[in-house]
Design a protein around this ligand. Structure first.
Ligand code: NAI
Length: 700
């Protein structure tokens, strides 16, 4: 059992003990239930205290049990809370540090609550696409008032205990303890004081009401609808809290439970729970144990102050790590610094950054034209032009000047990290750190593991990614790594769709309706169509067999690189970003179709979405199979954090599971029959065939 039971004189103390956050898994629930039984049966015990060992009261449901029979096995959380509430001896919750989700619901079932200052109090279920399912929506409004409770339930954000304790009329906390260390002792003393008081106070007996009643809930529902977009749970939070004001307590509990169970089955909740687990999984590298010693990173050097170098540097400055930027010419430094300053000043203007913080960050930045000034840096990140020859010179120089043990990283987006490593005599210290543009904003960091990259280098950069608040995903070496290798297939499909009869705006609209922030053509115009053009030219010599639509090249031949040239797949008015459908582009596409002898056909939005997304899925499956990615969920993290894949779909691989891999495979076989498409590409990846044969999905 993962709860301890100890009697202190006439007070029994039940301590949940299930590291790291005393998750309320089956064993912990059993421990609490049996502790209660023991205490109630012991005539020497007059009152009971429930608390949590270590760094939490309780973080709530045990996420490891989600979806498994254990999660709802008796005693489930509702039953435990009911047992607490029905205890004939008073139960005092001694909360500290973390009191969230089921942990808070448990505390609300107790007769009294004492809190340590600094406790994070929250009902974060909405972040997993759920509502609290063990009385939270019924009890929290009764102790904090409808508005405060609803705000907490809809946002899922933690609030500090001392702030809640200051709220007039609050009944959440009966007392604030001096500190977390003494909260149990204070709770024991308090329990003795109230041991003889009857009747026992129960949260369920308090009223839940709002002075404006229906009008308030209507207003709240409208607000929440606007913000929740693709997620059903937030509006359901409003329904449940409203029910706390209208239904009898026990009926309200049933209503809450029904909503909870229904949400559990929605694809949106599945997606959010998947992301929660996938993020944790991505930080683990299968053959690099967590206790691998790490190198210390106290200073960083960045080579190149262009688009990427500046953004990359800002990440480290924001985390308080000094950076030295090296460039070829002073003008390039000046330009780079000016861009960084503009960026920071924008944040200051918006009130997101304090002026003194901004100055403090910039004071950590040095610039140089001389490699000698970098020699002592613990990590150097190269972000120079994407040309092997240029990278070669940089890495040969770094090999000569950098101190032993320094990590040498490249931000290359396509080049072979093994070749780059071979330019040095220390390939074990070389790794790819592929940031995404804008590098100070985008969450994704692809960590490219070379054949010789040392384990402690990987462990170090994975930990560093956390420090600079990136989601790191490890990729093996291949052209384009995980993300760009897949996007190539997506872009190819987008091109074929134009050839076959679609317009850029139709393709963009269909995939934006699916949930992508931007369709492929609007995205191309934003990023610059010339980048893809350059990559295609390079690959044309390497991979002659690859079939492409030539429309994108034709567009670039017209100088239509996108927003930066005022025209791309769309037209743009000076200074504006609105994409206006272009007659010229439509004519160009039609002309191209004529030269290919294609009779345009009507293409459905469904076909557009399937061809774009399943192209990602098939390439993703190859990537998992080849071991370039450690797991399918890593691919989802790449697409969610780096490519704007809709959150509520959980990433391409989870989406494929939701559709059903069998159905995905059928669609691929259909696409194989299309003479305008690439039949070879649509051959389902062996991994997909295998999973379908086993009746499984990518995620089991
Ligand atoms: P950029 O052209 O904006 O900046 C490159 C900078 O490097 C220039 O300021 C140039 O003066 C400097 N530079 C060139 N050779 C140098 C040398 N030998 N020593 C010192 N400085 C040198 O290029 P950008 O876009 O920042 O790209 C840099 C790298 O980042 C490339 O490898 C690119 O593939 C990669 N990358 C670019 C992304 C993007 O969206 N722009 C995204 C992810 C990676």
């Amino acid at each position: 059992m993962t709860a301890q039971y100890k009697v202190h004189g006439d007070v029994a103390v039940i301590t949940m003990d299930n590291p790291p956050v005393n998750g309320l898994g089956l064993a912990t629930r059993q421990g609490i239930a049996s502790g209660l039984e023991q205490a109630n049966a012991d005539p020497a015990v007059k009152a009971i205290v429930i608390t949590g060992a270590g760094k939490a009261f309780s973080g709530g449901a045990d996420i490891k049990e989600f979806g498994s029979p254990k999660a709802i096995a008796e005693p489930n959380l509702l039953s435990v809370i009911l047992a607490v509430e029905n205890s004939v001896k008073p139960v005092v919750a001694a909360v500290h540090s973390v009191c969230m989700g089921g942990g808070l619901e448990l505390a609300l079932g107790c007769h009294y609550r004492i809190a340590a200052p600094g406790t994070n109090v929250a009902l974060p279920e909405v972040k997993l696409g759920l509502i609290p399912g063990a009385g939270g929506t019924m009890r929290l409004p009764r102790v904090l008032g409808v508005e405060t409770a609803l705000n907490m339930i809809v946002s899922g954000e933690p609030v500090k205990s001392e702030l809640l304790a200051q709220q007039p009329g609050q009944k959440l906390f009966d007392k604030m303890a001096k500190d977390a260390a003494g909260v149990v002792d204070e709770a024991i003393a308090f329990a003795r004081e109230v041991a003889g008081k009857r009747p026992l106070p129960r949260v369920r007996d308090l009223p839940s009401k709002h002075p404006q009643g229906d009008a308030y809930f209507q207003f709240a529902r409208n607000m929440v609808k606007g913000m929740a977009k693709n997620f059903p749970a937030p509006v359901k939070c409003v329904d449940a809290v409203e029910a706390s004001t209208k239904k009898k307590f026990d009926e309200g509990l049933v209503f809450e439970r029904e909503i909870f169970m229904a949400l559990m089955l929605t694809p949106e909740s599945r997606a959010l729970r998947h992301i929660f687990m996938a993020e944790r999984a991505a930080s683990k590298v299968p053959d690099v144990p967590e206790d691998t010693p790490k190198r210390e990173i106290k200073s960083v050097a960045v080579i190149g102050a262009g688009t990427m170098g500046g953004g990359i540097s800002m990440n480290f400055l924001n985390a308080g790590i000094p950076v030295t930027i090296l460039e070829m010419k002073q003008e390039a430094i000046d330009r780079g610094i000016a861009t960084m300053r503009k960026n920071y000043e924008g944040q200051v203007k918006k009130g997101k950054l304090k002026q003194d913080k901004y100055e403090q960050r910039m004071s950590l930045l040095k610039t140089t034209l001389d490699y000698k000034d970098l020699a002592q840096a613990d990590l150097v990140i190269e972000a120079v032009f994407e040309e092997m020859g240029v990278k070669q010179k940089v890495f040969e120089t770094l090999d000569q000047v950098m101190k032993p043990g320094a990590i040498l990283a490249s931000n290359t987006s396509t080049l072979d990290v093994n070749r780059i490593a071979a330019f040095t005599k220390r390939p074990q210290d070389v790794v790819g750190l592929h940031f995404f543009s804008p590098a100070n904003v985008m969450k994704l960091l692809e960590v490219v593991r070379g054949d010789k990259t040392a384990k402690d280098v990987l462990a170090t950069v994975m930990a560093l990614a956390k420090t600079i608040r990136k989601t790191a995903v490890v990729s093996g070496v291949c052209d384009g790594f995980i993300g760009n290798r897949m996007i190539e297939q997506y872009s190819r499909q987008a091109g074929f769709l134009l050839d076959e009869g679609a317009t850029p705006q139709q393709v963009d609209k269909a995939i934006e309706k699916f949930g992508f922030a931007m369709g492929p053509f609007r995205m191309g115009d934003l990023a610059g169509n010339d980048i893809g053009w350059a990559i295609r030219k390079r690959r044309a010599t390497e991979r002659t067999e690859m079939k492409y639509s030539k429309t994108a090249d034709k567009l670039c031949e017209l100088g239509r690189f996108g927003q930066k040239t005022g025209a791309g797949w769309y037209d743009y008015q000076a200074g504006k970003r609105d994409a206006i459908p272009s007659k010229l582009v439509e004519d160009m596409i039609a002309e191209h179709r004529r030269t290919l002898g294609i009779e345009p056909r009507k293409i459905t939005d469904e076909e557009i979405v399937q061809r774009l997304v399943f192209a990602l899925v098939n390439e993703g499956a190859h990537i998992v199979e080849e071991g370039i990615a450690s797991r399918a969920s890593d691919i989802d993290m790449v697409y969610l954090t780096g490519y704007g894949f809709p959150l509520h779909r959980g990433g391409p691989m989870l989406y494929a599971d939701t559709v059903g891999l069998f159905n995905v495979m059928q669609a691929m076989k259909r696409f194989q029959q299309n003479p305008r498409d690439d039949a070879k590409f649509w051959e389902p990846a062996p991994l997909i065939k295998k999973l379908v044969a086993e009746g499984k999905g990518f995620n089991g």
